[in-house]
Design a protein around this ligand. Sequence first.
Ligand code: G3P
Ligand code: MG
Length: 343
Amino acid sequence: LAANTASRVSGRTRLPLAFVFDIDGVLIRGPDVLPAAKRALSMLEGNNAFGMYLTNGGGVSEKERCQKLTEKLGFKIEPQQYVQAHTILKSLVHKYTDSPVLVLGSKLDQVRQVAADYGFKKAYTSLDVLAWNPSVWPFHHLTNLEAAATKKVDFAQTPISAVFVFHDPRNWALDVQVICDVIQSGGFIGGPYIPMDKQKNPPELVFCNPDLVWRSDFDRPRLGQGAFKMAFQAVFKALTGSEYPYVQFGKPSCATYNFASRVLSDRLQELGHSGPLPPVPYSTLNHRSADNPESDIAGANAANWQSVLVKTGVYSGGPPTHQPTHLADDVEEAVHWAIARER
Ligand code: G3P
Ligand code: MG
């Protein structure tokens, strides 16, 4: 919420109240829409408020996810108001446009399509690696569908420059094995292992979601991409004696909240708040409704956003590990509380 009304006026118009919603555990749980979600979103209209969506989910294009969320929630959700775990990679693609990169974390080759939309021209999957040489991981045989989604690549001649874990890997064992092969052989899968300190350009490793757990429709939170990262690092350390350096995006990383703030600022301009906004850090214009103290509340608090923790997701009671501005039963109560405070 804005610190004071002065900071909420830009020129003659009153800046809208911006809600930045988390998705899993706040609006939906797995395939199901939470009952309070539609009531919460209907409160935005008519209260000079608008919503943005900031999720550690992903695996498909922003356009496809927004279409599915619009159908589920019954409210139009545009890519311009939606940031998912790997959206931030659009700001990184220039470093790797023509370099072979490994992209992980989706069914078949969906994540390759997303990477190609971002501008990665040589994005390969761990299924491509298995199609190239099935003995890389002898415990998984490609299904016909998987084989049809692979590209023909000779990885002995195609050095991988970077590994991007876009979304939650489907075959942890295969993906851990392939990342270890790529990193230990300086990018050439199957090549001789080269000690880290002897590698001129060791492959960059980027994770897009640190969530150890997340809330789906099962009664207990499920392991997320953060758990995959820990599994990989434990194996890599057992093999080489140390963990591998990596870049971490996703909530609660500062990079992701800054990226979301820029998206929000663009949205405010689109809504007619043209020109420089009052020198209020966007953070105080935002309201963050979230379910996971470790990622959502920690990130919102660090970004100086007002945060509301709801009880419909990962958090299920007791003192939260990160203190929210407000604790609400569900997202409807969260929005109601924020709007009432603003009046
Ligand atoms: O894989 C998605 C999960 O880690 C959390 O999604 O929407 O709660 O940030 P969300
Ligand atoms: Mg969540």
